[in-house]
Design a protein around this ligand. Structure first.
Ligand SMILES: [Fe+2]
Ligand SMILES: [Fe+2]
Length: 282
């Protein structure tokens, strides 16, 4: 796959819709306190055993049957507390991201679709999907089973996580080995891993890079700070290049660009038809 952006490549705006820098967790804002409280709960409660239990439970895919587009519409009912930048219906974010990617990479249709669906796992917040608390659905993700890297946002709250004092889990490698591959690493539970599971188990034909983006797009300690690179293998390194391209759009397309949903819908329905079955198990 060639990485060739169109000539008028996407330029990231410097301010979000609240007039602050993107992902500025120290900025004084109404939202800052609730974001910090969110990460306190996330860091205390996401343990190795918790994640193992969630993966087992949600692998059953026995809750709902619906199409990808039905899920896009369903996501409108969801608000993400962890995100300091976003204050719009989710479907706008999905389409803003997908359309921005499409403009710069017109030939990578799999990347347009990946952008559209990357956040669908947030339906975990809805009662039909278990009504999980925000700390178990959204926010940055990180590995479990090895030491919590300092690059993780609000790292200080890990002191109260039981895994922090468990000698099996609190060394640099913990239960892992050098270059073992991210596929073998247990990540904190949330919408990334859930949507990856849904896509894979329903037999998507998206390329590996698309699945990698869905699964690790909230893994900021890796793709922003370079933490945990010692766990990656060759394939992860290749996929990470695409994730870094994607991430620019995920982050910076949360601006006040309005999308005409009805106008772009036929294009995305054709992509869904190409890469997914008509109905998926969730
Ligand atoms: Fe996300
Ligand atoms: Fe997103």
């Amino acid at each position: 796959m060639a990485v060739t952006p169109a000539s008028d490549a996407f330029i990231a705006p410097e301010m979000n819709s609240f007039g602050q820098s993107f992902r500025d967790y120290n900025a004084e804002s109404e939202r800052q306190k609730s974001v910090e409280e969110f990460y306190r709960l996330n860091h205390i409660n996401q343990t190795y055993n918790f994640v193992k239990k969630m993966r087992e439970e949600y692998s059953k895919l026995n809750r709902v049957e619906m199409s990808i587009w039905e899920c896009c519409e369903l996501l409108n009912e969801v608000v993400d507390d962890s995100d300091p930048d976003l204050d719009e219906p989710q479907i706008e974010h999905l389409l803003q991201t997908a359309e921005a990617v499409r403009k710069d990479y017109p030939n990578e249709d799999w990347l347009h679709l990946t952008a559209l669906i990357h956040d669908l796992g947030k339906v975990l917040l809805l009662p039909k999907f278990g009504g999980l608390p925000q700390w178990a659905v959204v926010g940055d993700t990180h590995p479990l089973g090895c030491a919590f890297d300092e690059a993780i946002v609000h790292h200080k709250y890990f002191k109260e996580n039981p895994d922090h004092n468990n000698p099996s889990y609190n060394s640099k490698y913990g239960i892992y080995s050098h270059g073992c591959g991210l596929e073998n690493v247990m990540m904190s539970w949330g919408h990334d891993d859930y949507m990856y599971l849904v896509a894979k188990e329903n037999g998507t034909t998206l390329p590996q890079a698309g699945l990698f983006i869905i699964r690790y797009h909230s893994f900021y300690p890796l793709h922003k700070s370079g933490a945990y690179e010692h766990l990656m293998n060759k394939e992860d390194e290749e996929n990470l290049k695409w994730l870094q391209i994607f991430n620019k759009y995920d982050l910076y397309s949360k601006s006040k660009v309005r999308i005409d949903v009805e106008k772009v819908k036929p294009y995305y329905l054709s992509l869904i038809d190409k890469y997914f079955p008509e109905k998926l198990r969730w």
